[in-house]
Design a protein around this ligand. Sequence first.
Ligand SMILES: Cc1ncc(COP(=O)(O)O)c(C=O)c1O
Length: 470
Amino acid sequence: MKLLSKKVTCNSHGQDSSYFLGWQEYEKNPYDEVRNPRGIIQMGLAENQLCFDLLESWLAQNPDAVELKKNGESIFKELALFQDYHGLRAFKNALVEFMSEIRGNKVKFDSDNLVLTAGATSANETLMFCLADPGDAFLLPTPYYPGFDRDLKWRTGVEIVPIQCKSSNGFRITGSALEEAYQEAGRRNLKVKGVLVTNPSNPLGITLSLLELNLLVNFIAAKGIHLINDEIYSGLVFKSPGFMSIMEVLMNKKYMNTQVWNQIHIVYSLSKDLGIPGFRVGAIYSNNEMVVSAATKMSSFGLVSSQTQYLLSAMLSDKVFTKNYVSENRKRLKHRQQMLIRGLRNAGIGCLESNAGLFCWVDMRHLLSSNTFEAEMEIWKKIIYEVGLNISPGSSCHCAEPGWFRVCFANMSEETLNLAMQRIKIFAKSISNTIINGRDSNQYSNKNLRRKSLANWVFGLSFHDHKYER
Ligand SMILES: Cc1ncc(COP(=O)(O)O)c(C=O)c1O
């Protein structure tokens, strides 16, 4: 162990979070309609698989882009040798136009202010390196995307201080919560370098209101700190109120070329909006020349391959395609979200009202045996091992209140989502019955017997003992 660095051997990566543990459990026993119908259904992965038919049909109609040709002539050698870390001009232009299109063309982006990165993961980390020193802090509203513990903190040594948002106001950011987080950082002797928000929010599935955006801009202006807006889900707003980018707020306030203009940065990626996380395409957009220059130098550590840039510049320049894709994607997401809400409602489970993203923020507080995070973990284990669903507990998103879970709805077929809803209905009914009858821990003295009984009910089949040897 001593042969390795402290960074590698400390556990600040966050790998032991229930968010990642759930994925590991899923990998051991993944659901498959034919091969493993009793397996775990993955509902903890914010993937957008709803529009692959549109992407594949575009690829079939555009062989030049796929075969790395221009007007029928191969440009393989050119792309194979290309290594400028500024990226392909054609791709950057196409990407900023796509970003504008998603924002209803209310804002224009300049491709000179864009830095390409290997996904939003790399973009967020690069910004941390540019804006903060080890031991400095960023304030993040809770609940937040569990990957931030790894992306923002692990290699940079930056600390996250939570802005505690509460269910009583729908987890909205308030002035007092911002101020309290700032004070808390002070009490911990941490210098606050900025605030980072995701808009739309992962895991809440809601867009920030104009009130919240104004509050954030005023707060960072008053404190002289940065604001990072991770807008990775900006193309996935399928219901009103619509999405408002921080850039639109700045333009409306006529903040161009003011100090604040230089303190605000956007993170973007095609992982969610285009559903291609495997391609590793992300970006930083900043009006701050020094940040753009430093991030461009740093992007050497996580470039986007030139053939990916070439293919996607052709795809994103096809305006007929992008327009249709964006609107069809929103339609399909809305339908899926409604399916999930309906399914959960049938099980007596509610969600935070949402308008965006690939997940709902689900309220299972009434199913907890006590108002504690231990009870939340207890129920999460039941759901993963006995019901066969991997969902993300609120505690993995640093939610301050036990009983909330993030449930994804766009990474599976409709049939699988329906099956998941049947399983959750049986589960919720069984838990409600035990709570009503007050016999949770008494009815079955043996833990395995209790598990078997629920599993038998959920799957309608008897389980073998080895399934429980975890
Ligand atoms: C808010 C947020 N930021 C960043 C990421 C990482 O995205 P990427 O795959 O582009 O690295 C995710 C992925 O789930 C996310 O939800």
